[in-house]
Ligand binder design. Structure first.
Ligand code: SF4
Ligand code: SF4
Length: 109
């Protein structure tokens, strides 16, 4: 599994804080950083692969990824495989057909 804690293009993991008051809970769909606090790549059956040559940096995949697993890197979409659950939304939405879903290799999770 990718060591997402040391790669500078990924946001830092936000440690889980036990809520003690209703105000401590996030008001949106995720924690304040919009990033899950644990990796869940083990759920994947297929993984998205971005063809960087085809990517036009429209950021649709970035906006639609339900797990905030897509990041901007040198003006290209990049996937944090530690958080990607392999739902395929990005591949379905990409207007350039730049994302393919490939069978997950157990050794690369
Ligand atoms: S949706 Fe496709 S073209 Fe747009 S940023 Fe993502 S990979 Fe690139
Ligand atoms: S497959 Fe799903 S979770 Fe993974 S990067 Fe694409 S939209 Fe995000």
């Amino acid at each position: 599994m990718t060591n997402y804690n040391t790669n500078p293009i990924y946001p830092a993991i936000t440690p889980f804080q036990q809520p003690h008051h209703i105000d401590d809970y996030p008001t949106g769909p995720g924690c304040p950083s919009a990033q899950l606090v644990e990796g869940h790549a083990g759920w994947r059956t297929f993984r998205p692969i971005i063809n960087q040559e085809k990517c036009t940096a429209c950021w649709l995949c970035y906006l639609l990824c339900p797990d905030a697993a897509i990041f901007k890197n040198n003006n290209k979409a990049t996937i944090n495989y530690s958080f990607c659950k392999g739902c395929g939304v990005c591949a379905k939405a990409c207007p350039m057909n730049a994302i393919d879903m490939a069978k997950e290799n157990e050794n690369e999770r």
